[in-house]
Design a protein around this ligand. Sequence first.
Ligand SMILES: [Zn+2]
Length: 415
Amino acid sequence: MSTKDLSAWNAEFEALDWLESQAGEMISLVERLCDLNSGSTNLVGLERVADILMDEFSGISDTVEKLELDRWNRVDDSGNQTEVKLGHALRFQHQIKAKRKIWLGIHYDTVYGPAHPFQRCHWVDDQILRGPGVADAKGGIVVLLFALRAVTRCLLSNEVGWEVFLNPDEELGSPGASSYFRRCAANFDFGMLFEPALLDGSLAFQRKGSGDFSIVVRGKSAHAGRDFHAGRNAMVRISKLAAKLDELNGKFGDSTLNIGQILGGGPTNVVPDFGMARLNVRVDCPDHQESLVATMRQIAKEINGEDGFSCEIFGEINAPPKVPDFAIGQMRQWVERVGCFAGEKITWANTGGVCDGNKLFAAGLPNLDTLGPKGGEIHSSREFLDVTSLVPRAKLAAGMMLVHGLSPDGLLAST
Ligand SMILES: [Zn+2]
């Protein structure tokens, strides 16, 4: 960055102080969004939240769209594949023909369905707001919205085009949005995602990959008294398989395999002919992704050679590991530099958690994915947001967008 650029940026950065006056507005929008349920499969609730978001983003966007997503191909509790309709994704674009373009995104669904007891926000003290989705990720949506509002007040905003994408299915693993991520990645210079920062405020650097699998074993039912030996007990077989798969833990670096659920069986006088295990696999690198999944499939497949049993395995690693490359290293330096201007020291941590940043990275879009506010205990009834982090994070995000507007060939030109 030249000295001239730097002084221009200094002036622009001061303009971001406008955000200080917006703290109250930001907090009340978080409360408004979080008091409305938008569990991933609550289509009515998602639509209500979507309408508010369309309204809020319309003032700064050239185009506002609701997009249909692919259906979610789910294995139900009987081991059959079913299609589930998902909510709409929202897309807002601004100066999308600009030479330099940023992809901005975060999800607006939450893990809390309408039947969950955690439905409304409440204050713990002046700083801490509890509520469903306050940190993950409606607080992040608000940070993004106000960062963009601040940017549009700056001259440099003329240099930068952007697209905002808000998806309704991230907490399901983004089954509907994944194909969109693959298609859009090539159109942008880099991505910024607004998942909550880690508990201590650190940004995520390296992330594991993740995938959910369902393994279905079918055996043969029989009367437990009259004909026990003619039966093939699928519950016993799936349990043995689960124990064997569990032994894979520790054999593929830091990768893990978690048996989350075993389903099947019924009356005790019937040999059960159906057993299903649902599991989650986290992989620490692409090599282990391949070898662990291949081993798992091989072990499950062996069941097909056994008398009276059959086995099917559904699923894949749908969020590949995010192992930072040169481009992400550059973004890291860049956000640290902007952090200096914003008076925030940026710290980093690796995490086993995954998000859409993994998918975009795999599709070729370098991104930072924890630019949302500080909070914690996400996915629990104690989820909280540190509301004092809303303005600083919006400033940081806005500063990052403006820096991109300064550099003639884009910040990542040296890659
Ligand atoms: Zn989440």
